[in-house]
Design a binder for this molecule. Structure first.
Ligand SMILES: [Zn+2]
Length: 144
């Protein structure tokens, strides 16, 4: 018998207190992390919640990525320069992630390797910390 039930993953917006609900005691992701297309991006307990500049997610002019992530209109309480990301130092720890070539600023974009949507996050090659960052609000969460 095959299990054909699909994964029920929960979008970030549905967590009212994400830093309590999404983090384990070690400040790592308590849930498996999925793309909206239901591809597994990162298994639980591998990413660490950090606050990093969100403007680096903004795509420059031109067709940089095959399938740009839909921009959400920013609201007034959205002015903070930083947002939450899941940080990893090892690109090999991801399950289904693609990395773009660096743009002029030295930023590489992380995209879903299954559906090509991106950026789900970035890697700033000019940063001394070699961090691969996944935006907490561009992925979904499941305990399965
Ligand atoms: Zn995807």
């Amino acid at each position: 018998m095959s299990n054909t039930s699909s994964i029920v993953s929960v979008p970030f917006e549905e967590f009212k207190d994400p830093q309590t609900q999404l983090l384990n005691d070690a400040k790592q992701n308590a849930f498996d992390i999925y793309c909206a297309c239901q591809s597994l991006i990162l298994r639980a307990n591998l990413g660490t919640w950090v606050e990093r500049p969100k403007d680096k997610l903004k795509l420059p002019e031109g067709q940089v990525l095959k399938k740009p992530y839909p921009e959400t209109p920013s609201s007034s309480d959205d002015e903070a320069p930083n947002q939450g990301f899941w940080a990893l130092n090892d690109i090999m720890a991801f399950e289904n992630i693609g990395v773009s070539r660096p743009i002029d600023s030295g930023v590489k974009y992380l995209c879903c390797a299954s559906c090509d949507i991106g950026p789900l996050g970035y890697n700033d090659t000019n940063s001394t910390a070699n961090e691969f960052l996944i935006a907490v609000d561009r992925v979904t969460y499941s305990r399965e």
